[in-house]
Design a protein around this ligand. Sequence first.
Ligand code: SF4
Ligand code: SF4
Length: 161
Amino acid sequence: MSRIRLNTLDPSFKHRVAQQRGGEGIRACFGCKACTAACPIEVVEKRYDPRKIIRMALLGMKKEVLESDFIWLCSSCYGCHEVCPQNVRFTEVMFAIKNLAVAEACVPPGLTGQKTLLKAHGRLYEVTDFENEKREKLGLPRIVEHPEDYERLLHSRETES
Ligand code: SF4
Ligand code: SF4
């Protein structure tokens, strides 16, 4: 187990998370681990442990949390939310933490690439003639892309958060 260096901790980090929309419940956590037991991601990836992430955030391990790749593994299934006796709303705490990571430019390159695709195509891949011809054979309408709408929608979400 790696040691925690006290002089690298940021005691204000938990307050910053709590100030984000969805992050308000973080300080109510009493560490019971019910969220971890309910989490399907933790079953397949032991580095992803909801209770541990909350403890790290409460301790002020800002850098370790925001720069980690595991915070992006949450599937937003709300399983942790359902079982929490303290109404921490951990799924939304994760949204708050991820928003802070974006604000501090700690985003994995793969996610940045996904955002570029969303802006251009409104989905995570480009719909070409190949896909549209297959759709037509199945009696489905062609998909016409509207990049200006996708850009406007993403921009409105960014300014909301
Ligand atoms: S279930 Fe709730 S109170 Fe228990 S560790 Fe998880 S977030 Fe904290
Ligand atoms: S919302 Fe995220 S943290 Fe909560 S149980 Fe689902 S995958 Fe785990």
